[in-house]
Ligand binder design. Structure first.
Ligand SMILES: NC(=O)c1ccc[n+]([C@@H]2O[C@H](COP(=O)([O-])OP(=O)(O)OC[C@H]3O[C@@H](n4cnc5c(N)ncnc54)[C@H](O)[C@@H]3O)[C@@H](O)[C@H]2O)c1
Length: 375
């Protein structure tokens, strides 16, 4: 038998806490019992909960976080999610809600951080307020959610004796470095508040790790795509935006001339890297997570046209401030430190994402009949 340790505050203030049949017995301890539990521990790990330990996924209701949650459950982890649902949604967790603990809360709040990390062995810090353009419109909220919230969380992790933190960083931290592929040793040259904030968050994780507060690794993701990525947000990423255009039979909007390049990375590859980063002996270091393949937006559009079975027209608009011209990851360090290699190709990832897209998006009267889903 095992127990989940949660505080009174969590029980009283969380809108809902679920514990599925697979989750064992739920035992609530008073908030005052928690510090003594932590203080009593003489090993680095918080008390183990039966045979399994608890993994926390911050931002687990978001696009990448929800995929990570599913994988961790499949690997037999006990999973807790903390999310304020600002850009994420409970819908993303619909299939697993009964098997996780969900804490709706904001990581800018120290008490939420403390409750979220209680009894946790590994923290996957995925939560962030993404988007370069959003951060240029509202730099303060970007900083608050991406830096202040991260520091709050890390302080709580150190106090709770969390073993390891795996941080979701971003290739945007590189900026427009001329040398390709982008290597971790390059000087970071962020071009937006979002990129600067992701760099700051990453460096806090690494600094805490080097100071011995916990083990920590940062993973710099390159243009992640896959099912559940929102195509209708004003800050939608390019692949869901192009897929929506293909699905709805309208021209795609290309910012710039379309010849800029990206390293599009299927979400399952990013999840692989997180799982590896949780287990590696390496600490205090950063590694790229990409596909290692450089693709222009026009090539991407041609691939999507082929998969959708229709030619997708496009219109060009002004380049976006803060965007970089070219990007592709060096995977040398990820390979040597983590044993990471991308297992799903861009083409296969696009096929899977298109299949999801065509199955889940609201039917569009004008174009539904013409959409083909490759098998
Ligand atoms: N999607 C990409 O291409 C990409 C590329 C590089 C890095 N990243 C990083 O990966 C992570 C996940 O990105 P995503 O694309 O899944 O974004 P997402 O918006 O789908 O997920 C982020 C989640 O964090 C939650 N969140 C935001 N602020 C919070 C706060 N203060 N407290 C609690 N929860 C909060 C949101 O509600 C959301 O569920 C982010 O850290 C992002 O910076 C993503």
């Amino acid at each position: 038998m095992y127990a989940i340790v949660i505080s009174n505050r969590w029980l009283h203030r969380t809108p809902w806490v679920r514990c599925g049949p697979a989750s064992g017995t739920l035992i609530a301890l008073s908030a005052s019992a928690l510090p003594s539990l932590a203080a009593a521990g003489t090993t680095r790990k918080v008390p183990k909960v039966g045979a399994q330990t608890v993994s926390l996924v911050t931002g687990g209701a978001g696009f990448i976080g929800s995929h990570l949650v599913e994988r961790l459950l499949a690997l037999g982890h006990r999973v807790r999610v903390v999310d304020n649902l600002s850009t994420g949604s409970e819908r993303n967790l619909a299939a697993v809600l009964r098997d996780i603990e969900f804490l709706r809360g904001d990581l800018r709040d120290p008490a939420t951080c403390r409750d979220a990390v209680a009894g946790v062995e590994t923290v996957f810090h995925v939560a962030a307020l993404p988007s370069v353009p959003r951060s240029l419109e509202d730099p303060w909220t970007s900083h608050d959610c991406n830096v202040n919230a991260t520091l709050r969380l890390l302080i709580a992790c150190a106090a709770a004796r969390v073993r390891r933190v795996v941080y979701s960083s971003s290739s945007s931290t590189y900026g427009d470095t001329p040398a390709l592929p982008k290597m971790e040793a390059a000087e970071p040259l962020p071009r937006s508040p979002y990129a600067a904030a992701k760099l700051a968050g990453e460096q806090y994780v690494l600094a805490f790790a080097r100071a011995g507060r916990f083990e920590g690794m940062a993973l710099r993701y390159f243009n992640v795509f896959g099912p559940r990525q929102d195509p209708h947000s004003p800050y939608a990423a390019v692949i869901p935006a192009f897929l929506a255009a293909a699905y709805e039979g309208r021209p795609a909007v290309v910012h710039g001339d379309g010849r800029q390049t990206r390293d599009f990375t299927y979400v399952a590859n990013v999840v692989d890297a997180n799982v590896l980063a949780a287990e590696t002996a390496a600490s205090g270091t950063v590694a790229n997570v990409g596909a290692g393949q450089q693709t222009s937006l026009l090539t991407l559009l041609a691939m999507i046209s082929k998969i959708a079975g229709r030619s997708v027209e496009y219109t060009c608009s002004a380049p976006r401030a803060g965007d970089v011209r070219d990007s592709v990851a060096s995977l040398e360090r990820a390979s040597s430190v983590l044993g990471y290699r991308p297992s799903v190709t861009l083409k296969e990832g696009l096929k899977r994402t298109w299949a999801w897209f065509a199955n889940t998006q609201r039917p569009h009267a004008a174009s539904r009949a013409a959409v083909s889903v490759p098998v």
